[in-house]
Design a protein around this ligand. Structure first.
Ligand SMILES: Cc1cc2nc3c(=O)[nH]c(=O)nc-3n(C[C@H](O)[C@H](O)[C@H](O)COP(=O)(O)O)c2cc1C
Length: 390
């Protein structure tokens, strides 16, 4: 199997190296332009077209109806029924389904006066807010991600959190050129939409729910001769955090425990684009405490607990709260770790800490889903604990 993978990889590399970079399909997009890759990718996926006569029109503006259409195409142009409530949209037009979809999915709100602003040029903050809403409107910790001199301060109040998010997720190509209230250029639209698509792809890996549960029962040997008894407790919906948890348990000779939900999460439950999905509802509900199946045996015996989870809307999934509130952590050292598509650990660990403040909490760490065993080992050995990871 390994061999097949390496052959495929080798072939992929050969092809990647020998196919020359495609020249732009538009006469007004230079190959090396900062937005050229985005323009080409969106053209190839039929998400954003040119303006005719072989041109893309990078410096031209883009209407709000066009923007809704781009987002609708990105969502796969699903069938829609019903009507929007805007006063300036017309049914049967080229944009009608897209605006209806965007309205029904709360990607657009329209203007105060009941207009959608169909033919208005989309501003840069409107573009940002639409992407942010499409992503689920998750608000990053302002203390950590916003700053007094940040570009978010030039944005309208309703766009502030969206701009903070776009900045943190590196969706803005050039912060110096970003002017929230000015019209977005077609080049900016293409570039930002493309960056967002790549971000989505990163966290769209949500089809392996059953895989996460399968691997969960593997337990490594209990801690050997280190002075401390170590537990690695983790929740993982799509197996990324499980991989890191196993590296930790293996390297530190710790006991591995999976926090298993009594009702497993399905792919639909994890859909962060759906404001009524289970994950979204739970994360928006401060009192949600999803039930856990099973329990840690002899929790009192452990001195050190590594606590792992995926980032959901910038925070730990609510089942982590169920977990920490189920045991006494008195006298224990807790080390949080997480995986995410791109967000840092942010306030997720410090918020969790409030529910087990009797423990001594170390600063947490964010890993990418595929982080290597070596990187995990060197992280553990740098924690200053009496644990030697090998
Ligand atoms: C409901 C949900 C919300 C998410 N929110 C974020 C987020 O705010 N920031 C981020 O970078 N990734 C986010 N992701 C991506 C996950 O954090 C990432 O894929 C993680 O590695 C999954 O870990 P797991 O496989 O252990 O469940 C989200 C994923 C889901 C399912």
């Amino acid at each position: 199997m390994k061999k097949i993978v390496s052959i495929v990889l080798a072939l992929t590399m050969v092809f990647t190296l020998t196919i020359p970079a495609l020249a732009s399909n538009y006469t007004d997009v230079a190959d090396g332009a900062w937005y050229a890759e985005a323009v080409e990718a969106l053209r190839a996926k039929e998400i954003m077209n040119g303006v005719g006569k072989g041109k893309f029109g990078p410096d031209e503006t883009f209407t709000r109806a066009q923007l809704a259409t781009v987002l609708y195409r990105m969502a796969g142009s699903p069938a829609v029924t019903g009507e929007d409530s805007f006063t300036d949209t017309e049914s049967g037009t080229w944009y009608a389904d897209a605006v209806l979809w965007a309205y029904q999915n709360k990607v657009v709100n329209g203007m105060d006066n009941g207009r959608f602003g169909t033919n208005d040029a989309a501003t840069q903050e409107q573009l940002t807010v639409m992407l942010w809403r499409d992503a689920g409107s998750y608000k990053l910790d302002r203390e950590k991600y916003a700053s007094t001199e940040g570009v978010e301060n030039q944005a309208s109040d309703w766009a502030f959190d969206a701009v903070v998010w776009a900045k943190a997720e590196a969706l803005i190509a050039d912060l110096d050129a970003y002017a929230p209230t000015k019209a977005a250029s077609r080049a900016q639209v293409a570039d930002m939409v493309y960056r967002y698509m790549k971000l989505k792809e990163q966290f769209a890996n949500i089809d392996a729910v059953s895989g996460a549960t399968q691997k969960a029962d593997e337990q490594t040997a209990p801690a050997e001769t280190t002075g401390s008894k170590v537990l690695v407790a983790y929740f993982s919906a799509t197996n990324h955090t499980a991989g890191i948890a196993k590296h930790i348990a293996d390297a530190a000779g710790a006991t591995l425990y999976e926090i298993k939900p009594e009702i497993p999460y399905t792919a639909a439950d994890l859909n962060y684009n759906d404001s009524s999905s289970r994950a979204t509802r739970e994360q928006n509900d401060d009192t949600a405490r999803p039930a856990i199946s099973g329990a840690v045996e002899n929790m009192a015996d452990y001195d050190v607990v590594f606590l792992g989870y995926p980032i959901w809307w910038g925070q730990a999934p609510k089942i982590l709260y169920t977990f920490v509130e189920s045991y006494s952590f008195d006298g224990k050292t807790v080390i949080p770790f997480c995986t995410s598509g791109s967000s840092g650990i942010g306030s997720s660990a410090t918020n969790l800490q409030k529910s087990a403040s009797e423990a001594s909490w170390l600063a947490g760490n964010r890993f990418s889903g595929g982080a290597s065993r070596e990187s995990v080992v060197s992280w553990i050995n740098g924690l200053g604990l009496e644990i030697e990871a090998k």
